[in-house]
Design a protein around this ligand. Structure first.
Ligand SMILES: NC(=O)C1=CN([C@@H]2O[C@H](COP(=O)(O)OP(=O)(O)OC[C@H]3O[C@@H](n4cnc5c(N)ncnc54)[C@H](OP(=O)(O)O)[C@@H]3O)[C@@H](O)[C@H]2O)C=CC1
Ligand SMILES: O=C(O)C1=N[C@H](C(=O)O)C[C@H](O)C1
Length: 266
């Protein structure tokens, strides 16, 4: 499969270039980054530290997509939405790891998925997608006397909150409870908040240092507490999931898929 890495100079972009070089059946076909980025004109493999790839990082996305099978995109919301249209026009499958997407962004991606194969997940790792299935199951088994709180910590450079993974886990808990997350989520608490409303799903965000990604779902009940957690130790887990998703798209019908579809969990 001929793969393009969009946002190739980023933390995940460089990890993706490395993972593609290590994956049988995957070939780096193109690498792009933002107009004006310092990395433009550099070899993507050299920048990632895996040796010369012969693929030069460009801001000409249309040209990079030419002849490609899939594009892997861990960038920023506006860039992801713009790319969705370009990829759909060319029939290049779109693997989306970008988080911090608004409702309008998600609607635009769903629209592109009517005519293209799109895989989107707030977390591409096997562990988190398995955790989501466990979170759903626990939420369904426990009643509203168990308060659900989602806690996450990430590195100091992360720009969106709550994390895509926290929202994915919150959605899983809401599904287990048979409720709509948007109507019951509490994403910020500050000042005199009053007591907790039974049935809400709360979120708490920590930022600092070089933490790759820690997530816990806490079920706080009367006199007991259950915690389900995942600790990401290396970005390679996300990149391997994304490349696996790209290989999985071969022969799939147009549609919006999740990592649970790719991994067969959940
Ligand atoms: N789903 C998952 O499993 C995971 C998701 N993520 C998500 O992936 C995204 C990227 O994370 P990370 O790699 O740490 O961030 P970085 O900031 O390191 O990388 C983002 C890259 O995208 C580039 N970019 C930004 N805007 C554009 C644009 N308009 N066109 C082309 N390229 C653009 C950036 O360029 P520049 O720096 O010049 O702006 C940068 O090279 C985030 O949303 C993060 O939450 C991260 C890890 C796992
Ligand atoms: O920005 C990150 O780094 C990460 N983002 C994703 C998220 O928002 O959950 C996935 C992972 O936790 C790392």
């Amino acid at each position: 499969m001929k793969l393009v890495v969009f946002g190739a100079a980023g933390r995940m972009g460089r990890m993706l270039v490395t993972t593609i070089a290590e994956t049988e059946g995957a070939v780096l076909h193109g690498a792009t980054d933002r107009a004006g980025a310092e990395a433009l004109g550099k070899d993507a493999g050299l920048l990632a530290g895996v040796g010369e790839s012969g693929v030069i990082i460009t801001d000409d996305v249309a040209k990079a997509l030419d002849g490609a099978d899939a594009v892997i995109d861990f960038s920023a919301p506006a860039a992801t939405v713009a790319l969705a249209g370009l990829a759909a026009e060319r029939g290049v499958a779109h693997i989306i790891g970008t988080t911090g997407l608004s409702e309008a962004d998600l609607a635009a991606l769903a629209d592109a998925a009517k005519r293209n194969v799109v895989v989107r997940s707030g977390n591409m790792s096997l562990g988190v997608n398995l955790l989501a299935a466990l979170v759903r199951q626990a939420a369904s088994a426990l009643g509203e006397d168990f308060d659900i709180e989602v806690l996450e910590m990430h590195h100091r450079h992360k720009v969106d909150a709550p994390s895509g993974t926290a929202l994915l886990l919150g959605e899983a808990a809401a599904e287990g409870r048979g409720i709509t997350l948007g109507q019951r989520s509490v994403r910020v608490r500050d000042g005199h908040t009053g007591p907790r409303t039974s049935g809400d799903i709360g979120f708490a965000t920590l930022r600092g240092g070089s933490v790759v990604g820690d997530h816990s779902v806490i079920y706080a009940g009367p006199q007991e507490r259950i915690t389900l957690s995942h600790h990401a130790e290396d970005r390679g887990i996300f990149a391997r999931g994304a490349v696996r998703a790209a290989l999985w798209t071969r022969g799939q019908a147009a549609g919006l898929y999740s990592m649970a579809d790719v991994l067969g969990v959940g």
